[in-house]
Write a protein that binds this ligand. Structure first.
Ligand code: NAD
Length: 377
């Protein structure tokens, strides 16, 4: 089976889908591995490292797409790249299928099996393939680093002959994978951390990291069978906003990571709350690219409101591209290995598997994922 890895072309993307170490493993499994020339450059890997791993290096991008049986990449493809692919070929990457309806239709029409890395179920067995988690973990760390760089104060308490510096107050909204890592990182740097999440089960995880959990009575919240937060009603969002107001006013740093799977993220920090913060304070809005948790945040930009710095940088995991590539590459490998037939030396699309069907979007000229089908068709 020919496995092809194209170069990522998105501006500023330094993560790569496959490291040389994983390339070696794929070749050892019996794959005919083809890498586009320069594919590893963003994370510092050379073509010769991939050829030493047993891969063929190709400079013909079109041929790479048209000859692939299985195409592995990080970001979603361009529409014209899908039409280059063979019917029956498999494409695995992030796809953003809730929003990319044109892409889903193009995969369906091309008869390509598309597998979305966002749709890997959050189960114990699939953890090793879970790219949302591996990248969110790094983003959580990086958000705190970005905030610390922008804050004109230090995070830890310092008692010196020249006086005592108080620890910075950090408030984290949303304590999923990214939020918990942000809490842990801010604690390691010596900050005093408070956090809130609508899923009550998270409170214990927050306190076990040494942070304080802000109690807000929102009534019924809970989580879906998949472990995701349920969307709040507008009334609940308003209660949350009011209850957070004081904490936000006293915070030097606010980090927002609140997401509701498949929906627009809620706006939880409004301009009047920002105006209550001390000048020089910093907000990092991890949801800026998908709509924003913070009023006035701008995707991929740093803006100022009322003396408060608001960071809307997307692709935070991409700021630590070497580690992000290593983890994403391992996620991809684990997915391939889990579905690989040793005997036939190919990736088997098995609809009886307990993980794969949930993340297949299209197969055999149909949209096989019911949730996406209902949205797209
Ligand atoms: P996510 O990115 O979908 O959302 C981030 C966080 O925002 C979540 O914790 C969510 O509860 C929270 N949130 C939503 N609305 C909010 C609001 N109004 N205010 C404050 N917080 C709000 O979450 P995620 O990090 O992808 O994790 C989703 C779920 O999957 C969690 O339950 C997590 O524990 C679980 N998970 C399970 C596994 C596994 O078992 N393999 C792996 C990773 C994650």
């Amino acid at each position: 089976m020919r496995i092809a890895i194209p170069r990522e072309t998105h501006p500023g993307e330094n993560r790569v889908p496959i490291t040389p170490e994983v390339a070696k493993k794929l070749v050892r499994m019996g794959a005919d591995l083809v890498i586009e020339a320069g594919m590893g450059t963003g994370s510092g890997y050379t073509d010769s490292e991939y050829s030493d791993a047993g891969a063929t290096i190709s400079s013909d991008r079109k041929e790479l797409f048209s000859s692939a049986d299985l195409l592995l990449r990080l970001r979603k493809p361009e529409l014209d790249e899908i039409t280059l692919m063979k019917r029956g070929a498999i494409h695995i990457s992030y796809l953003d299928p809730f929003n990319e309806h044109g892409l889903v239709k193009a995969f369906k029409e091309a008869g390509v099996t598309s597998i979305s890395m966002e749709m890997i179920p959050r189960t114990t067995r699939s953890q090793k393939m879970d790219a949302l988690s591996s990248q969110a973990n790094l983003a959580g760390y990086q958000m705190v680093i970005e905030a610390a760089m922008a804050l004109p104060r230090i995070f830890p308490m310092m008692m010196t002959p020249a006086g005592t510096l108080k620890p910075a107050n950090v408030f984290v909204i949303g304590a999923g994978v990214a939020g918990l890592q942000a809490i842990a990182t801010a604690k390691r740097l010596g900050a005093r951390v408070t956090a809130f999440d609508t899923r009550p089960v998270v409170a214990e995880q927050v306190t076990s990291l040494g942070a304080k959990f802000l109690e807000i009575d929102l009534g019924e919240t809970g989580e879906t069978a998949g472990g995701y937060a349920r969307e709040l009603t507008p009334e609940q969002v308003e209660i949350q906003r009011q209850a957070q107001k004081d904490v936000i006013a006293k915070s030097d740093v606010v980090i927002t990571t609140a997401q509701v799977f498949g929906r627009k993220p809620p706006v939880l920090v409004t301009k009047d709350m920002i105006e209550g913060m001390a000048p020089g304070s910093v907000i990092v809005d991890m949801a800026a690219e998908t709509g924003g948790n913070v009023e006035g945040s701008v995707p991929n930009e740093t803006v100022e409101w009322s003396g408060v710095t608001i960071i809307g940088k997307g692709n935070l995991a991409g700021e630590v591209a070497v580690d992000a590539s290593q983890m994403y590459s391992a996620n991809l490998f684990n997915l391939v290995e889990d579905n690989w037939s040793e005997e036939k030396k190919l990736f088997v699309v098995d609809f009886d598997d307990d993980i794969l069907p949930g993340c297949i979007i299209t197969h055999g000229g149909e949209i096989t994922n019911d949730t996406i089908k209902n949205i797209v068709e």
